[in-house]
Design a protein around this ligand. Structure first.
Ligand code: C5P
Length: 220
């Protein structure tokens, strides 16, 4: 049983990786199963929220009880987020967005020429969706995720301030990928709370509990 403390609230969640095409068959992507974003969507729905999930390509089934839109690239994800943003109370960025994309995507398939040197891949920087949303004058309560490989607490705190978000969830990078459980630290302006290893739905419920407790009461 979960309290319905998010009834009447709108929660927008990004999940999964993005895929940035290079040619018709190749591209750049990040490792993300989408499981944490799915769990967050479910946990927000359980608490009575109206949930909109914007997801990059994953192997997961359509989530139950929430509105869902599938995207491929970071720029499509940003567009879908901006379209969904009006009236949103909480934005949770759980997607592993590719930081760069091939500067020029080829329509066909690049052919391998024997004896030729390998092609050079030029990259452009993708928009930082979370930082953009957090910087808006009408920003919802924003929650970021950070996968760090070392110095979790310090790096995650620095990222929270850099992104300008009130809450950041840090986890130790590759250990979390594709698994059904995870361990995190939750960081906000009041400090740090360790969330011990538990399955992703339990963790998501805990995170939504912490978010609900921090929302302003006034819903006007
Ligand atoms: O900078 P870094 O990628 O480590 O930040 C991770 C956080 O920022 C996650 O919450 C992720 O969803 C979000 N992010 C984003 N757009 C990007 C890169 C990261 O929304 N281009």
């Amino acid at each position: 049983f979960q309290p319905k403390d998010l009834a009447g609230r709108k929660v927008l969640i990004t999940a999964g990786p993005t895929f940035e095409p290079w040619d018709a068959v190749r591209g750049l992507t990040n490792r993300s199963s989408g499981k944490m974003g799915w769990a967050l969507a479910r946990a927000a729905w359980e608490r009575g929220a109206e949930v909109q999930l914007v997801a990059g390509p994953t192997a997961l089934d359509e989530p139950y009880g929430v509105r869902w839109v599938g995207v491929e690239t970071a720029r499509q994800m940003r567009e879908a987020v901006q379209a969904a943003l009006p009236g949103v109370d909480v934005f949770i960025a759980a997607a592993a967005v590719a930081d760069w994309r091939p500067a020029a995507a080829q329509p066909g398939k690049l052919k391998k020429q024997s004896g030729e040197p390998p092609p050079v891949l030029y990259l452009d920087t993708n928009p930082d969706i979370l930082a953009e949303v957090a910087a808006r004058a009408d920003a919802p309560y924003c929650v970021g995720f950070a996968a760090e490989t070392d110095n979790l607490a310090a790096n995650a705190q620095a990222k929270r301030l850099r992104k300008g978000v009130p809450m950041l969830i840090g986890n130790i990078g590759p250990q979390a990928f594709g698994r059904d459980d995870n361990a995190c630290v939750l960081i906000d302006a009041n400090g740090m709370t360790e969330l011990p290893r538990m399955d992703k739905l339990a963790l998501a419920r805990r995170i939504l509990h912490e978010i609900a407790a921090r929302l302003p009461n006034d819903q006007s």
